[in-house]
Design a protein around this ligand. Structure first.
Ligand code: ASP
Ligand code: MG
Length: 422
């Protein structure tokens, strides 16, 4: 059993979807195909939700109409005759549901409505994909991931009930493979025990693919991307990047944690726990070897560079000069936790704590207000967090030569610096 995950970019246009046909046809079977929404549909749906909540009904209706037309044009480029009629009918039902969710939106909580609307992007893309493959004589079953993935009702970042979901996967998904060698489902979405749709956090379909793989279980997961594989740095930010052929789960989880937008950070745990290798391959050229991510790797790594932008450095000093020891630390951590602010780098001193966090003002301002009761806060905005694993002095020096270093932490393998932008 294999799991393939196709992201939005791989199906952004009808031509791209067409190009996936040989990838699926030649794959080892049985195959579970996990798909996210077409192109930037998720962003467009987020906009629909925003506008609906602003009460701008006309604008929301226009946006839905535009999306429906775009999807209809996409389908017309891929399908004809009865197959086209069938998918247009299905899409019409989904867009009617969307319209209904928009019309009733203001009665409900934002995050709840978000999930009811945004989850439809994956239902649309998978319906199209399934119909397209069938029209190309590639028989497949389509399954609604909401019948498999049970979550709590923490909308927009729902927590998966793994025990229940495993049972559903065994009872409902696995038997489909007795009849079909290819099954298609959605990434990113789940459902509460009250049958409300949920989403697992942006870019969550990698995570869905890993969960399904661990529950089936599958012997491998392949994420198809528009790049050659994992690189040692973001090529948009750094020159001379190197493609990594093999890398451990440990290394990837560290990279993701420090801010590399390679693979959704939650993806690694289920794969590591079940020892299932993850392949990252390029859908633009399936012949390229890509990257293998697995438990044990015996090669040395090049320096791996991750830059997390848009950071704020907070210096938190106790007003009455009391020491910041264990009791105070736990109090401070609780405040961060309550405000859902993740600390990306931490350093403590006698009466102060320095924390580097994402500069998300919606969360940081209330956090600062809460901390300000007992602490004096100094902030350094426009900061960036640069992490280099497997560093060597020369590479590190070169990387920081034009930066103003505000804070530096080094261990044998990792160096991290917070630098200010100027
Ligand atoms: N479509 C969702 C998103 O764009 C999930 C995913 O792509 O993984 O966030
Ligand atoms: Mg996407």
């Amino acid at each position: 059993m294999q799991v393939y995950k196709f992201g939005g970019a791989s199906i952004a246009t009808p031509e791209r979807m067409t190009a996936l046909l040989p990838i699926i046809a030649e794959a080892q079977k049985p195959l579970l195909v996990v798909v996210s929404a077409l192109g930037k549909t998720t962003n467009a749906l987020e906009e629909v939700v925003k506008v609906a909540f602003k009460g701008d009904k006309q604008k929301a209706d226009d946006l839905i109409k535009q999306l429906e037309e775009q999807h209809a044009a996409y389908c017309s480029a891929l399908l004809q005759g009865e197959a086209l009629d069938a998918i247009q009918d299905e899409l019409h039902l989904i867009f009617t549901e969307m319209q209904w969710a928009v019309d009733t939106a203001p009665q409900y909580a934002y995050d709840y409505v978000y999930d009811q609307i945004v989850s439809l992007g994956e239902l649309i893309s998978t319906s199209i994909f399934s119909h397209y493959l069938k029209a190309q004589q590639l028989s497949n079953a389509w399954v609604d991931a909401r019948d498999l993935v049970r979550t709590n009702n923490n909308y927009r970042d729902a927590l998966v009930d793994e025990a229940f979901t495993t049972k559903q996967v065994k009872d409902k998904l696995l038997p489909l493979f007795n009849q079909y060698s290819v099954v298609i489902t959605q990434g990113f979405i789940g459902c509460t025990d009250e049958n409300y749709s949920t989403t697992l956090g942006r870019e969550g379909s990698d995570y869905s693919a890993a969960l399904f793989a661990s529950m089936l279980p599958a012997s491998g997961v392949t994420i198809w991307k528009d790049v050659e594989g994992l690189l040692n740095a973001d090529p948009k930010l750094f020159p001379n990047t190197i493609k990594i052929q093999q890398i451990s789960f440990y290394e990837v989880i560290e990279m993701a944690y420090y801010g590399a937008q390679v693979i959704h950070p939650k993806t690694i745990k289920p794969l590591h726990n079940h020892n299932i290798p993850l392949y990252v391959k390029c859908f633009l050229d399936k012949g390229l070897p890509g990257t293998i991510i697995k438990n044990e790797v015996e090669t040395a790594y090049p320096p791996i560079i991750v830059l997390k932008k848009n950071q704020i450095l907070l210096k938190i000093t106790s007003k009455d000069y009391s020491f910041v020891t264990e009791d105070k630390l736990s109090e401070l951590y609780t405040i961060f936790h309550q405000h859902k602010v993740k600390i990306n780098l931490l350093q403590n001193a006698a009466i102060s704590l320095i924390a580097c966090v994402d500069n998300n003002l919606d969360k940081v301002e209330p956090l600062i207000a809460a901390l300000s009761q007992n602490y004096q806060i100094r902030r350094n905005e426009d900061a960036e967090l640069l992490t280099v694993r497997h560093y060597d002095q020369a590479t590190f020096k070169e990387l920081i030569k034009d930066r103003k270093v505000l804070l530096e932490q080094k261990s044998r393998v990792t160096v991290q610096v917070v630098t200010s932008n100027f």
